[in-house]
Design a protein around this ligand. Structure first.
Ligand SMILES: Cc1ncc(COP(=O)(O)O)c(C=O)c1O
Length: 430
């Protein structure tokens, strides 16, 4: 039986969706325009909140740098206004859609997201006069949907199922956008045939909705471009051209693809790596050219929500964004390594990081161990630990998954307490 919170949540969700669709049906269509004619000069591009996105600091992670003899630098994306690396993606997706007319000012951006992208879309959408509807798997940390609702987005929490299933959160989000477009069109026809203008009611400001647009962060290459045109060039400038390696985990693949491709074009000797969490097929794809094992194929089994406790990373299908990555290799990272890394960085550097950032730092150490000391390695600090209190930073949750952190240093990665690499190429200091 569904827990009461989930049942109540589902009821609220259903009501919000019905309310939203009703508003669209009833809405005043005076200013609705067809997609071919709704290209807009993008309002607020590069000013206000939008201007505060990006240009994040590149932080030296002192403990990991000292331990490995490499310069390990983290791009502090958690400092973006919406709290994650996805702010850049949200801006790019919305701006491109407004420019092409796929999204009209006042329209609703829909997305199926485990959290961060949706939070960023909900954060930036009002700056463009738009709003946001999010379909989220119900195993994502509860604080993510709470934040979304507080930001004014409507939220549907659904059971995680295979991407081939009609009810997968991404497929539902795509459907919601077309439903909104159909209803808005119907509404337009009604208003064309009668002079009667139906005024809207309620508080969710959807009365003037101009239809929907599916953000589609997995396949929409605006995601790649956000990193190819933003994150990559910023990193290149911040290291002053002195860079040996870049490493990151992939969810949509936008970050690792955009950054790796940009950096390789600047300097082909920069090595780019993937760090892949448990349950993801990308490690096999990069190292063996095969996306997944037979039993892992999505569509043949339900996604096991406990393949990994990390959020936003790992996938069992090849996205258009990931296809553009320029990678030299891949590492596997475990949940235990990510948990231990997060506590270690909190203790030694004061860095309070989310699960994907912790995994990226695991990746940075693995790259340092592979390359040896003296190299400069960059990774991404995607979001902060604040969005991960109910799972990744919850003692009871970790204990249930036998992941209670116990390391005193970096021994979980083969680094001794005296800061010498035990299993790598690092020559002991003395
Ligand atoms: C917190 C977090 N970190 C990392 C990622 C992975 O980034 P990308 O989608 O660019 O591969 C995501 C993706 O949703 C995320 O939400």
């Amino acid at each position: 039986m569904a827990p009461p919170a989930r049942t109540a949540g589902a009821a609220v969700t259903a009501l919000s969706v019905i309310a939203m669709l009703s508003y669209i049906i009833l809405s005043n269509s005076r200013s609705r325009s067809k997609s071919s004619s709704r290209r807009a000069t993008v309002k607020n591009s590069g000013s206000g909140l939008v201007a505060a996105i990006g240009n994040t600091p590149l932080i030296r992670i002192n403990s990991l740098s000292d331990a490995t003899g490499c310069e390990i630098l983290g791009k502090a994306e958690f400092l973006n206004p919406g709290g994650s690396v996805k702010d850049r993606v949200a801006v790019k997706i919305i701006e491109e859609a407004l420019e092409t007319g796929a999204l009209a000012p006042g329209g609703v951006v829909t997305e199926g997201s485990a959290g961060s992208t949706a939070i960023s879309l909900a954060t930036v959408a009002p700056a463009y006069g738009c709003r946001c509807h999010v379909v989220i798997p119900d195993d994502a940390a509860i604080e993510k949907s709470q934040i979304l609702e507080a930001l004014g987005a409507t939220v549907e929490r659904v059971r995680p199922v295979s991407i081939t299933h009609r009810e997968h959160f991404v497929n539902i989000a795509r459907r919601r956008a077309s439903e909104m477009n159909e209803l808005a069109l119907k509404n337009e026809k009604i208003s064309e045939t009668s002079n009667h203008i139906v005024e809207s009611h309620g508080s969710n400001c959807l009365a003037d909705c101009k239809g929907g647009f599916f953000a589609d962060q997995f396949e929409n290459l605006a995601n790649f471009r956000a990193h190819y045109e933003g994150t990559g060039p910023e990193i290149w400038e911040q290291v002053g051209g002195k860079l040996d390696a870049f490493v990151a985990a992939a969810g949509t693949g936008g970050t690792v693809a955009g950054v790796s491709r940009f950096l390789k074009e600047k300097k082909s000797s920069i090595k780019c790596f993937l760090i892949d969490p448990p349950g993801s097929g990308l490690f096999n794809k990069v190292t063996r050219g095969v996306m997944y094992t037979r039993e892992e194929a999505e569509g043949r089994r339900l996604k096991n929500p406990f393949d990994t406790i990390t959020e936003g990373i790992g996938i069992n299908r090849l996205t258009e964004n990931f296809k553009l990555a320029a990678l030299d290799g891949a590492f596997r990272g475990s949940d235990r390594e990510a948990v231990e890394m997060s506590r270690y960085l909190l203790k030694t550097d004061g860095l309070f990081l989310g699960s994907s950032s912790a995994m990226n730092c695991v990746g940075a150490v693995k790259v340092a161990q592979k390359m040896g000391p003296g190299h400069t390695i960059v990774t991404v600090l995607c979001d902060s630990g604040m969005r991960h209190l109910s799972k990744f930073y919850d003692a009871q949750y970790l204990s249930q998954h036998e992941l209670t952190p116990s390391a005193s240093g970096l021994e979980f990665l083969g680094l001794g307490a005296d800061m010498k690499i035990l299993n790598g190429k690092h020559t002991p200091k003395s």
